[in-house]
Design a protein around this ligand. Structure first.
Ligand code: AQP
Length: 333
């Protein structure tokens, strides 16, 4: 059976982009692949985190996975640091084959380091090598992610290829990115040119999975738009990023294409479109946030699920790491 590895940083404020770009696709794929869904807390600390908040967010992400429909009896749902040694060890081995030039091209580092590049941490810079190790440690063949992670996945493929070539062995499968659905890049509600993000200082920029119905409705009502009516052809949304974003969100939430959505709303303004979008978003997200609340009320049960999954993950990762070390030439006595 082909294998999936994917993850999410427990950095708070899980949002509609995380859901539509990633988790929802995982739910659809979970019975066709052997799945490992991780809370990547080692990635989270590449930016400063409050320890108590990191622990809280790690459980919250696990709750979001399960509340969205991931079945913990079928998939492994665990935190990366539970196998921290294995992930870190493979990262080191892969680092030895990763040219700096490859890392220098990564746009996420440039965005997150910003103007204070000299002060950015080494882990933020080598983040994509840890991500490659996450995937390769499980011999994952498919990695469902949002569009923003495409560059990191291409790097993971390059690193896998470099290892196989260097040691002249077909050992690591080259993982296939799975960028699926009508909303692979959900944009901010306040600015159609930047992606919806957990770390955006404006809470109005995103719909959080924990927002209640009134908050969702109010955020959509205030979302930036333009004065034009909706067209009947998606191509006519070019140059209208905010309108295209809201239509894309509607399409993804209703399992339609943008063209099907526009067939219903062509000639209508946002005064009519936004309330319909609010109702739709509330109907999809309310059951998820209710389920999340219920799961978070029983942290012991969540910890039981996470701990059991980590054991399952270890049974897959340990032999792959052992074999990797053998290939590299480490004495294993
Ligand atoms: N706006 C988005 N649209 C579609 N997919 C998205 N993803 C994130 N934002 C969008 C997808 O969600 C998964 C988990 O992402 P992550 O938590 O590991 O980190 P990220 O991509 O850096 O997400 P954020 O929200 O932007 O977090 P911060 O602000 O902390 O950096 C990935 O599959 C990602 O593609």
């Amino acid at each position: 059976m082909n294998r999936i590895f994917s993850g999410m940083q427990p950095t708070g404020n899980l949002h509609l982009g995380n859901y539509l770009g990633a988790v929802r696709n995982w739910v659809a794929m979970q019975h066709d692949y052997e799945c490992f869904f991780c809370m990547v807390d080692m990635h989270a600390i590449t930016m400063p985190q409050d320890p108590a908040e990191l622990r809280r967010s790690t459980r919250e992400v696990a709750a979001a996975y399960i509340a969205s429909g991931i079945d913990p009896d079928v998939c492994s749902i665990f935190h990366q640091s539970a196998l921290g040694g294995e992930h870190a060890e493979l990262t080191w081995i892969l680092s030895s084959l990763t040219p700096l030039g490859w890392l220098n091209r990564m746009t996420q580092f440039k965005e997150k380091a910003g103007k204070k590049r000299e002060n950015a941490g080494l882990a933020l810079y080598s983040y994509p090598v840890l991500m490659a190790a996450d995937i390769l440690l499980y011999h994952a063949t498919h990695v469902p992610v949002g569009e923003d992670q495409k560059q990191h996945l291409e790097l993971a493929r390059d690193i896998a290829g470099a290892f196989n070539r260097h040691y002249d062995i077909e050992f690591f499968p080259l993982p296939e990115p799975q960028i699926l659905g009508e909303a692979t890049r959900v944009m901010s509600l306040r600015d159609g040119s930047s992606k919806m993000s957990k770390s955006d200082p404006s809470d109005q920029s995103r719909i959080n999975l924990t927002d209640d119905a009134d908050t969702i409705a109010q955020k959509i009502k205030r979302a930036k738009t333009d004065p034009e009516l909706l067209p009947d052809d998606p191509a006519a949304l070019d140059g209208r990023p905010e309108a295209a974003n809201l239509v894309g969100i509607y399409a993804a939430l209703s399992d339609q294409t943008a063209a099907q959505v526009l067939a219903d709303f062509a000639g209508k303004g946002f005064g009519q479109f936004k309330p319909a979008l609010s109702d739709l978003a509330v109907s999809v997200l309310s059951p998820i946030s209710e389920n999340m609340r219920r799961l978070l009320n029983d942290p012991a049960e969540l910890d039981r699920i996470i701990g059991g999954s980590a054991e399952r993950a270890r049974s897959v990762a340990a032999p792959i790491l052992h074999k990797t070390k053998d290939i590299v030439g480490f004495l294993q006595v």
